[in-house]
Write a protein that binds this ligand. Sequence first.
Ligand code: FE
Length: 191
Amino acid sequence: MSGSTIMPMMSPETPDAIRQRLFALLNGQGAALYGGERVTQLEHALQSAAIAEASGERPAMILASLLHDVGHFFEAEFEQALSSTFDTRHEHMGSRYLSRWLDSEVTEPIRLHVEAKRYLCAVHPDYLTTLSQASIHSLAVQGGPMGAEEIAIFESRPFSSEAVRLRQYDDQAKIVGMKSPDLAHFLSLIR
Ligand code: FE
């Protein structure tokens, strides 16, 4: 399997149906939402995937980068959720939603990408200074930097290094005016 098989065997939907569903989600709600950043969620998703691709990642990680924030789209009041003091755990909602169709090599980095931020803040203190205001706000709601025990547990998990890489693409993907390949380009990785 040349690094291109993304779907688990038991999925009842065709790759084409899944691509259409995700296209509608990202292109609809994603194009309308900002969430405290200067780019829309669709732009943020495309930039994350483009940066992952340019970094030489395999298809699963490019898709994980594209889809890492879809959990936000299921929050009733997304903009408020991001500025609130309540953590909606969007990483769990997103990975659970996608796991109906996609393998753990896509869904696990997504599920762990918020913990990866807490991890990076703990092991690389300079990392905190690179975060956007919205990210710093959500960090506090998400529990702040990890403690020593949490660091050890995180490092022992499968896909934790992928989650850290995804996090780094995520953090960069907030560039106003950046040109990225389109949604169809990245969704074609689902086959
Ligand atoms: Fe993100």
